[in-house]
Design a protein around this ligand. Structure first.
Ligand code: ARG
Length: 235
């Protein structure tokens, strides 16, 4: 809460380099026509910056190495649908959660009857992006042997379409986007698995964290956050 009379956070117009793996609809993707980086994360970052006086410049980077690059100072911030985990908190600081997502499993429509138990009882494979909380859950559900790891979720989705794997485990927010993109082909009938709070990521000890939390609180209070959630997920 902002205390009445307290100094509002102001980053003095600072331009922030935001590292992001922009292969992750609808959080961040590159618009095919304009080449621009677009998505929920971009909109949230812009909305917060409008409150606390900064400018976000998203830069595409691979997920593999994204946190090392932040820690080494290559970026000021990472925003990439990143789950807040105890492990990651050891080396980086996070904003308050800007969204809570629950994981889901995408299937080919012809397999839509496949249950979670069918995955757990063995013999089926699950794909996910390497180094994600989704990959961790995949290993818990189907064992490491039956988990297939890819550099991007886009590659994992392709593997599902090619029937190289039986399912893709992914944040429900992105499962929803892929269901829409590949309507009639892919479906997420297994939903509501482990839930993950997503945060904006900073170098340890960054003085920007408080300002971002204040900005986040403001966009939640004035309806901007609700409007963005409705824009992307229609709820
Ligand atoms: N929320 C998951 C995690 O943090 C997946 C994030 C993947 N993000 C991306 N831009 N590919 O582990």
């Amino acid at each position: 809460m902002m205390i009445a009379g307290a100094q509002a956070a102001d980053l003095g117009g600072q331009v922030l380099k935001v590292g992001s793996d922009t292969t992750y609809p609808p959080m961040e993707t590159v618009d095919e026509k304009t080449g621009e980086i677009v998505g929920f994360d971009v909109d949230i970052m812009d909305a917060i910056c409008a409150k606390i006086n900064c400018k976000a410049e998203f830069v595409t980077t691979a997920w593999d190495g994204i946190f090392a690059a932040l820690v080494q100072g290559e970026f000021d911030v990472v925003m990439s649908g990143v789950s807040i985990t105890d492990e990651r908190k050891k080396t980086m600081d996070f904003s308050d959660p800007y969204l809570v997502v629950s994981q889901a499993i995408l299937l080919r429509v012809e397999d839509e009857g496949t249950s979670l138990e069918a995955f757990q009882s063995g013999g089926k494979t699950l794909a996910a992006q390497t180094g994600t909380t989704n990959a961790q859950l995949a290993e818990k559900l189907v064992t490491r042997d039956n988990t297939r790891l890819y550099d991007t979720f886009a590659a994992a989705i392709l593997a599902l379409q090619n029937a190289d794997v039986d399912g893709v485990i992914i944040d429900g927010t992105s499962a929803h986007a892929y269901e829409q993109e590949f309507a009639g082909e892919l479906t997420a009938t297994i939903k509501g698995l482990e839930s993950d709070p997503l945060g904006i990521v900073f170098q340890k000890g960054s003085p920007m964290v408080d300002a971002f939390n204040e900005g986040l609180e403001q966009i939640k209070a004035d309806g901007t956050w609700d409007a963005l959630v409705a824009k992307y997920w229609g709820v």
